[in-house]
Design a protein around this ligand. Structure first.
Ligand code: SAH
Length: 240
């Protein structure tokens, strides 16, 4: 690990989100893609986990709370963790405006896994693994946090020429949907790699779906036949 990386946290990566935090809930700027895909991914999580009402959920790398709030609105008891101070400050202010009860904390996945092992029905870790030095360590922590039989969801970006073209050239340079440097191609994760990390951690991969974006119609869709760029994975902890 370099000197900007401690405890599986890349401080350069966290700093990118600190700098953008004030615009987290601005639906027309840097976080527009996350706002646009949020209903799709929230529905996916809720459907695959058989509803979120009354479920204990932890959102790893929650940022300003876009997904955490949506899950709380569906009745989940949500905890959100992140290593960014400013995104968490925004999340704490915004939940008051939304009149939602969400518990936010600055802590790593690995640390909270030691403290709260086996306590969650659902763990979500979306658009975060491509920003950490060792994604397999976060995946193991997610497995530790979930109850046996519980659900763990990941989303990230595939690594291939098309993903480079769409997620970096298209989104950062041509369409300017994201600031330049948001994503580092080398940290993208292929579905087979994510699958291996999950299985090695003791999670069974039950489903995978792509999230496609059509730049002409500006419409996002879930498509389980196209995981070539953005994709989500549903896994379950194998019951002992
Ligand atoms: N999951 C949210 C936000 C994604 S942005 C969503 O999909 O809406 C990525 C987030 O990961 C940022 O808030 C960043 O601060 C956080 N992050 C990056 N490295 C982290 C780490 N090692 N531990 C916890 N959070 C981290």
């Amino acid at each position: 690990m370099t000197n900007t990386q401690q405890n599986n946290v890349d401080l350069n990566e966290v700093a990118k989100f600190e700098a953008l935090a004030s615009r987290w809930w601005d639906t027309e700027n840097e976080f527009k893609p996350l706002h646009d895909i949020n209903p799709l991914r929230t529905n996916y999580i809720s459907d695959r986990a058989n509803g979120l009402q009354g479920k204990k959920v932890i959102d790893i790398g929650c940022g300003g709370g876009i997904l955490s709030e949506a899950m709380a609105k569906l009745g989940a008891d949500v905890k959100g963790i992140d290593m960014g101070e400013a995104p968490l400050a925004v999340a704490k202010l915004h939940k008051e405006e939304s009149k939602l009860d969400i518990d936010y904390e600055k802590i790593t996945a690995e640390e909270i896994a030691q403290r709260e092992a086996g306590q969650y029905d659902v763990v979500t870790c979306l658009e975060m693994l491509e920003h950490v030095p060792d994604p397999s360590s976060v995946i193991k922590a997610c497995m530790t946090l979930v109850k046996p039989g519980g659900h763990v969801f990941f989303s990230t970006i595939n690594r291939n020429p098309k993903a480079y073209l769409f997620a970096i050239v298209g989104a950062e340079y041509i369409l300017k949907m994201l600031p330049k440097g948001t994503h580092d191609y080398a940290k993208f994760i292929q579905p087979a790699e994510l699958n291996n990390y999950a299985r090695k951690a003791g999670l069974e991969v039950t489903h995978m779906t792509g999230m496609t974006y059509n730049p002409l119609t500006k419409v996002y869709k879930l498509n389980d036949k196209d995981v070539s760029v953005n994709y989500m994975m549903h896994t379950q902890k194998i019951e002992a």
